[in-house]
Structures are given as C-alpha cells and as structure tokens.
Design a protein around this ligand. Sequence first.
Ligand SMILES: [Ca+2]
Ligand SMILES: [Ca+2]
Length: 341
Amino acid sequence: MKKLKYLAIALTLVEVILVAALALDVLFARESASAYSYSPAYYAAPADNSDSSSYAPSPQATYSLDDSYPADRWGVTKIEAPQAWQITRGDQSCIVAVLDTGINKDNPDLADRVVAEVNLTDSPTSDDLYGHGTHMAGTIAAIAPECRLMNVKVADDAGRCEASVVARGIIWAVDHGAKVINISLSMKASTDLEEAVNYAWSQGAILIAAAGNKGGSEPSYPAYYVNCFAVAGTNENNSLALLSSYGDWVDVAAPGFNIYSELPQNQYGYKTGTSAAGAHVSGVAALVFSVAEDGNGNGAVNDEVRWAIENSCTPIAVDGVGQGLVNAFQALTETVSSPSL
Ligand SMILES: [Ca+2]
Ligand SMILES: [Ca+2]
C-alpha cells in the first residue's frame, strides 16, 4: 500500500502531503467517501485500484513545508493553547505515551523529546515508517512543548494493530512512567484492552482515544471504555469533522480536520480524523497534568485532570460530542481552582 503521495498544486507551487490513514480508518474512508460531497478542487480521490485513502488537503495549503509553526496549526490556536502557555508550557516530568506506528527520529524537535521507546510489533524498527504516530506526537508536542514523549509502537508499518498488543503497550507505558496515554487507534472490543485501560487508570494515568472515523454512532474501542476519554473531531467552524464518529459515549471534541503536523523524514502535512483530535486532547491533558494537584487526596491526579478538561469545554452546536470543544486555557484555570472531587 502506498503510504504517502505528493501532490503538486500548480496554483500555489506548494507541495502538500496526503497521508494515508491507519488501516481501519482507510477502510472507513473507503466505505464512507461516497456519502460525502466535498470540494472537488481539494479532494484527492483514491486511484481506482488503490486501497490507500488520501484525505483532503487544506484549502489554505499555501504554506511551505518548512513553514510549520505555529500559524498553520489552527487546532492549537482553536483550543487556546497559546493562552494556556501563560500558565504553563508543561513540565518535563509529564510523559505522554504515543501508542501508534512509532515516532520518526529524523525530526530533532520530536526525537529529543522521546525519553523511552519500545517496539511491540514485528517491524524491525521502532521508527515510524507509516507516518501516523509522528503526526500525533507533533501535535502533542506543539500543545505541551515542555512535556516529554514515549514512543510505544503498537501498530506496524502498514498501520495495523491488534487489541492485545495495544493492551500490552498501555501496561508498558504506565509501568515506565507515562501519565498521559494517547491512543489514536480504533479497534473492536477486547477484554485485554479494557483491563489494560482500567489498570492504567488505577495507576494514575489518563487515557485518551480517538472516537473513530466511522461517521456514525457505533462505538470504537478503547474510546468507549469508561476509563478512557473518547474524542470526536471538529473543523474550524466547530462542526463535526469529516467522518468523525459521535454518540452519547463520546466525552469531548477537539480539532480533527486538516490538522498540520510533523511527518517522517522531517516533513510536514495534513491529516483529517479523530486521531488528530485525540492528540489535541492529549496535549491539553499533558498541560493540565503539569499543574494538577491531588485535591481529593486519593493519591492520584488523573481524576482531577479529567474533571478539569470535561468541565471547561466550550459547548458547540453538534450532537454526540459530549461536553463540547476542549479548551486548554480554561482547563488549566479549572485545575488551579479545582474543588475536591
Ligand atoms: Ca470512554
Ligand atoms: Ca485525585
């Protein structure tokens, strides 16, 4: 499967990178693509015989590949991360595990933040050859610039993963000090997975998962589990993002459309999907973790972090996105004045 395509846009003379989604996401996109009418000028239809799905590049794709930060990252601005940085830019002691296809080492901005890594797949490398985990790590680092990353490779170089491996990855991450666990993956229900989620929560970690790109209300896992945040995706207009799942089991929403972030080989590009939305919430969680205190004295702060994020969202006119759009600044403000739970 071809993982990256480059598309020259003649009008702007700028290349944008179209990134294939994770295998499951690809499937959903193929199933659902015909249901969406999208600006044909910006929608790259997959080749007839291709199983890769290229999402729409940004209509505002007028940036050079090196012009990466921060104006291009509309999601970072939307959730008011710059305002949040007046309170904290995160803390080195807060480690965010990225359970994904790996984190590419070519980008020094990301590589220097990775404090631990493990490869639980049959790939020969913990590096990201697929171009998904790097994108998630880039968004998390953009929102919580002083926090550290943990590369937990649970999806292989074709973007495939098994629930039992993700479960092992969760346990590994917690046992090696991760406080925020980003799972921008969607899979079927699994006892192993649910037990790992519950273990991580019991150890004081917070888990954030993509709601899935099914475009409906069917649950995704691990997002659906009680002890795991389920994140839907929104666009710049606070509408539901293309293909985002939704439902009464969704906890919050975050930017998940035309999200610009790092890709392997020191490049940058756009992704659409709840994966990117989950990464935004993980960034917010990392900021909140960096200042949260154990207000109720139960020996952990993940409960205070979750409370602060959920109770500081901005309501939006979309059904099935829980409390609404996350807001980093308001979440930190809530944390500072958090009551005992
Ligand atoms: Ca949940
Ligand atoms: Ca607590």
